[in-house]
Design a protein around this ligand. Structure first.
Ligand SMILES: [Zn+2]
Length: 176
């Protein structure tokens, strides 16, 4: 997982420094390709240049988003990226730890893409991967903050509650 920086957002550097080896320990396929990181503006510009880049629906409404495109059976040909909604992040006053947790969750989605057994719901599995990377405390804090904000509808707020419960269980179970 080499992060390819379109954006100079420092949290991506911090994540790479502190959590890259943890991420590899959870999913060693990540070693084979790079993850582009962009702001929404950069992502939209790239979409115009590279029409085959996956389009993320409603990217403006979400804090973070990610895409994965696998063109061959070889993992090294994977095109993947994480997008940060910098405007929404500052509106919600997200801290560095919040953002690190969100990056881990998005990388969790990329890991999910490669899972053979996809029985667990993707959101919960991405959270679990973030916990396995060592960010359970940070992720709990982030989701709690989102749950208390009033930017989400009833359905999403309920899902956040369930995700918080699952993280609590994880932390209890693994003493994390
Ligand atoms: Zn997610």
């Amino acid at each position: 997982m080499k992060l390819f920086h379109y954006t100079s957002y420092k949290e991506f550097n911090t994540f790479e420094e502190l959590y890259k080896s943890n991420a590899y320990a959870v999913c060693n396929l990540l070693k084979k390709f790079s993850v582009n990181v962009h702001t929404i503006g950069e992502y939209k510009e790239l979409l115009e240049q590279y029409p085959k880049l996956p389009v993320i629906e409603d990217i403006d409404k979400d804090l973070f988003g990610c895409y994965v495109l696998k063109e061959t059976n070889d993992a090294k040909d994977t095109i993947s990226g994480i997008i940060i909604n910098d405007e929404l992040c500052s509106q919600l006053k997200l801290t560095t730890n919040d953002k690190l947790a969100a990056i881990a969750h998005e990388i969790g989605h990329i890991m999910f893409f490669f899972l053979k057994n996809k029985q667990t719901d993707e959101e919960f599995k991405a959270d679990e991967f973030a916990c396995q990377m060592g960010l359970s405390v940070e992720l709990f804090g982030l989701l709690e903050k989102l749950q208390k904000s009033d930017i989400y509808n009833k359905h999403t707020t309920r899902l956040l509650e369930l995700r918080l419960k699952a993280i609590k269980k994880y932390r209890h179970y693994f003493n994390a």
